[in-house]
Design a protein around this ligand. Sequence first.
Ligand code: FE
Length: 144
Amino acid sequence: YKPNSPERTDLRDEGTAGERLTLTGYVFSKNCESLAGAWLDFWQADGNGVYDNAGYKLRGHQFTDKTGKYVLETVVPGEYPGRTPHIHVKIMANDKSPILTSQLYFPFEQRNQTDPIFNQALVVDLTDTPEGKVARYNFVLGTN
Ligand code: FE
């Protein structure tokens, strides 16, 4: 994780390796109220399993809209040694709430079986569309 990622909903640059992926969903409170203005910071490897540790490629933060929705335009992350493909995320309901740090996974990945920190509850719903893959995931925070 690198702090101070740029605010943006599209992490792709010209030439970013990987299949196009849209990740979208809502952020909810413990009481299942949608949270507007929640902060989400995403970072991930490119389609070849490579992170940009020098700069901010495939790193960015955004805030949920009025309805608690987020949309991230990115690419499907590749696997790298020891890990199944995943997207890292940190989430805060607001600037006074605790940070949730988590990871999202993809269905039907062979490496899900052997990755020691894989969690089935963190697998996205994945569909294929003419514009690329669409992943859906709703976060529920422990705050009210
Ligand atoms: Fe990682």
